[in-house]
Design a protein around this ligand. Structure first.
Ligand code: ANZ
Ligand code: ZN
Length: 846
């Protein structure tokens, strides 16, 4: 047989594509409808890895598919090239972070060139270019003008080893995500973006994304924003002017409050302690010292034994005048709600644990055994979250059982609320408090403002000048960009203040306002700022007059299909959504969500675990690419399973993929009819298979069932092979038709092979621009048969297939079925019996 030499084919077509530039988008006069397909841009740490191969492979399938469907597809590429790894490499190896970064970009570009995603290279961007970060600074100033960017002194997560501020999500179980050191708190003046002002919109607009984003990502965003509804209630403190406000989600339990707890690290605690006895004061100071070393995560851990200090002061319950002792305890956080709570031990587990530890009273005010009917029917849940039917058993006593009565019920021991259901009692008590001016309905969020300043070198300088007389002065727009000074001569080692502060020539400037000596802000921006709006910069990547052209945004944005890892499920997506809303409010864009549809690819694993150098199980992209070539690698990744699932490299077969490609390619060389054959003279059985695939392929591609599409292409190639060998022969029109359709569809997964097939079939490049063929309905009515797929004897799926299907094809289709995969789960396949075309039985173990 003819030798399929993937390397020769790659070498042949790369220069042709580079000459043709078939993937330039938005050319003048192009009237096609538009699609914007975007992959999360890579970070240039070393060469591309298998994760990139997978993600960019999927993104490219989408981009190529839409092009075949007649769209002008924008599929750009750039680099997220600021950030800590460059700086750490610089510190470790004494190299220049700039040089390190751009060398890596060059390496990744070389790999991309061979891997051949259909990028529009004319829009390439790097966030570390002054041409990019100039607009990052512009964006900062836009936010600053609106009061959305502001500076405040706060306690920040601090890594004592990396000597840097960490965002909440970089703290994993109280430890630094990067180095594993225990995270502490440090008081620093920092820049923030007021993302909390957008909390409601960030939450409510998630509804628009339902069904288009993975539901897991949507719920992670919801939890991160963490809205709770409840009430603020004002308490007076004996011997003190003014009120202390607490946030509660259960104002209905106000009559059950038996003490108050304040966060030890709040101003209120310090003030109250200052008025207490010397002994309490010193106990409080000692306790505060311990609490400061704790992380929020530890403090929120409900399993920890409760600790606290009684402050010898009393609050007054606004509804019944009762005196409530005030304690300082670490389970109340300073920066959630108001940093103080009313404790209702009978109905809140943390309060109950505390009350039992310090022998404080417990008063039941909700009869959780009373049936609740009424406007909203409520089914009570037991401690496992299962519904149970209330019985007549007496109420258990939380003080004795240690179990708070958190469920639904009717109010008791609560004056005017007695007998009401929880829901109605909440409404009623808020009315009562409102009338007295002692409380009001309110909402609270877990979301915090976005801390954007970093005391590091390799990032966008913050465009602010600090002047003794004028205060914070924004750098005038015509002086942007504020360029990053050379790293040479600067000590980049982390020390808690920015290395830029030592760049004397750079940091000392005249105040733009009064002309007196002033200093530049020496912090740089979190790189999540860079990536929050890059999708817009691609639209005007070469425009040096504006960040992006709103008219281009109108044409292309929002992104139709975004592809990237689930590790960005929270922050990158949240911040992009936030910045998009800010730009919407400022009139720069006409949409409020940046990414219409999102695909999270799974991970590439090895023997079931994450690949890493240290484990010695790293599958290198470069060596796989060299060994199997672009197309076999891409087909392997697409065929391995649904794109959302993890791929275990130990279970896949690039050699199998290469054999399939060779089979398809050989057919294109055997076709002996000319391009002007009449399709309708072709063999009907083969044409049926071709047209059934044409009928299904669009649906499969749009539902991201790429693995099934590949399996169907394999079926078509095998059927064509059989037709050639079994008398239909290579001159039959159906053989040409099948080969052409194969080339067109193979372009999604194997662009080189597809292009070469296309040329062998007598056409000009590029197959990437060939319009999608339409299925002929008269060929779709066919005697198909139903194959039954069983797993361990149980029917799991039924497949409509050709009666002529081969055993291997049937087995491949059966293994690609979602239902079958689900039922196999993690178990090992020990035997597969195939009786084509009727039955596949898969036996598993474990
Ligand atoms: C009284 C009460 C009674 C509460 C009851 C709950 C159950 P989420 O849902 O997370 O928003 N809380 C308020 N501020 C706090 C803080 N700074 N640190 C720790 N806990 C705080 O939780 C709201 C509830 O958490 C509030 O409602 C308050 O306790 C507590 F049967 O008030 B609750
Ligand atoms: Zn000044």
């Amino acid at each position: 047989a003819e030798v399929f030499d993937f390397a020769a084919i790659q070498e042949k077509w790369l220069p042709v594509w580079e000459e043709l530039q078939p993937f330039r988008a938005g050319l003048e006069g192009d009237t096609r409808p538009r699609k914007y397909v975007l992959d999360m841009f890579p970070y240039p740490s070393g060469d591309l890895h298998m994760g990139h191969a997978e993600a960019f492979g999927f993104g490219d399938i989408a981009a190529r598919y839409w092009r075949h469907q007649g769209f002008d597809v924008l599929h750009p590429i750039g680099w997220d090239s600021f950030g800590l790894p460059a700086e750490n490499a610089a510190i470790k190896r004494g190299v220049d972070p700039r040089g390190w970064t751009y060398d890596n970009i060059a390496q990744q570009k070389r790999s991309f060139r061979t891997y051949a995603p259909s990028f529009d290279w004319s829009r390439e961007l790097h966030t570390s270019d002054p041409e990019y970060y100039k607009w990052n600074q512009w964006l900062f100033l836009e936010l600053y003008k609106k009061g959305i960017a502001y500076r405040k002194n706060g306690n920040v997560n601090w890594c004592p080893v990396d000597l840097t501020v960490l965002a909440n999500e970089q703290v994993v179980d109280g430890h630094c995500e990067r180095c594993g050191a225990e995270v502490t708190k440090k008081a620093l003046t920092q820049w923030y973006f007021r993302v909390t002002d957008y909390a409601d919109r960030l939450l409510d607009d998630l509804n628009q994304l339902e069904g288009r984003w993975p539901s897991k990502v949507i719920s992670m965003q919801r939890n991160w924003i963490g809205r709770s509804r409840g009430a603020d209630v004002d308490f007076e403190i004996e011997g003190r002017e003014g009120v202390v406000t607490v946030f509660t989600t259960r104002p209905d339990t106000l009559w059950g409050a038996t003490f108050m707890v304040v966060a030890p690290d709040s101003e209120l605690a310090a003030e109250l302690a200052a008025g207490a006895s010397d002994e309490v004061q010193s106990r409080f100071q000692e306790y505060l010292g311990r609490v400061k070393a704790e992380t929020d995560i530890e403090r929120m851990n409900s399993e920890r034994p409760k600790t606290g200090v009684f402050l010898e002061r009393y609050a007054v319950n606004p509804v019944n005048g009762e005196r409530l002792p005030i304690w300082a305890a670490d389970y109340v956080l300073a920066d959630y709600g108001h940093g103080a709570i009313m404790a209702v031990p009978a109905h809140d587990q943390r309060d109950l644990d505390f009350a039992r530890a310090f022998d404080l009273p417990v008063r039941v005010v909700v009869d959780t055994n009373a049936p609740v009917t009424g406007v909203i029917p409520v089914i009570p849940l037991d401690e496992n979250g299962d519904p149970y039917l209330p019985d007549d058993a007496p109420l258990s006593d939380p003080a004795e059982t240690g179990l708070a009565l958190a469920g639904e019920g009717r109010l008791m021991n609560s004056g005017p609320l007695d007998g009401l259901s929880k829901v109605n009692a909440i409404t009623r008590v808020i009315e009562l408090l409102d009338a007295k001016g002692r409380g009001r309905a309110t909402k609270n969020y877990r979301l915090r403002d976005w801390l954007i300043s970093r005391q590091r070198y390799w990032g966008t300088p913050i465009p602010i000048i600090h002047c003794e007389a004028c205060g914070e002065v924004p750098v005038p727009e015509d002086q942007l960009p504020v360029r990053l000074p050379d790293a040479e001569g600067l000590d980049l080692r982390p020390k808690g203040s920015s290395p830029l502060g030592a760049a004397e020539d750079w940091v000392n400037v005249a105040c733009p306002n009064c002309g007196e000596p002033a200093r530049r802000d020496s912090d740089t921006m979190d790189t999540f700022v860079d990536s929050s709006w890059y999708y817009l910069r691609y639209l005007s990547a070469n425009d040096d007059t504006q960040a992006f052209d709103p008219r281009e945004a109108e044409k292309w944005a929002p992104v139709d299909q975004y592809v990237g890892g689930v590790e960005h499920a929270i922050l990158h997506l949240l911040y992009s959504r936030f910045i998009t809303k800010v730009l919407f409010d400022r009139g720069y864009v006409s949409f409020t969500e940046p990414f219409t549809s999102l695909l999270n690819q799974g991970m590439v694993l090895m023997d079931g675990s994450k690949m890493s150098k240290s484990k010695g199980n790293l599958v290198e992209f470069a060596s796989e690419l060299a060994a199997h070539g672009t197309d076999a690698l891409r087909v392997t990744l697409a065929f391995a399973g649904p794109p959302e699932d993890d791929i275990d490299w130990a279970d896949v077969s690039p050699t199998g993929a290469a054999k399939f490609l060779a089979r398809a390619w050989r057919i294109s060389g055997e076709v002996s009819s000319s391009p002007d054959v009449e399709w309708k003279t072709g063999d009907r059985a083969l044409r049926r298979i071709t047209h059934r695939l044409l009928a299904d392929a669009a649906g499969l591609a749009e539902a991201h069932k790429f693995n099934v599409l590949v399996a169907r292409l394999m079926e078509l190639v095998n059927a064509t092979r059989k037709a050639i060998d079994s008398g239909v022969g290579p001159a039959d029109a159906a053989v040409r038709e099948s080969a052409e359709v194969t080339a067109m569809m193979l372009d999604l997964f194997a662009p080189y092979t597809a292009e070469d097939m296309w040329a062998r079939l007598g056409y000009e490049p590029s197959v990437a621009l060939v319009p999608w063929r339409k299925a002929d309905p008269s060929l779709l009515v066919e005697e198909s048969v139903t194959a039954v797929v069983q797993v361990n004897g149980k029917v799991r799926d039924r497949l409509e297939i050709s009666p002529k299907i081969s055993a291997e094809e049937l087995e491949a289709l059966a293994r690609a079925s979602d239902a079958v995969k689900r039922s196999i789960g993690d178990s090992e396949i020990v035997n597969v019996i195939v009786r084509a075309p009727r039955l596949v039985n898969i036996a598993t173990r474990g």
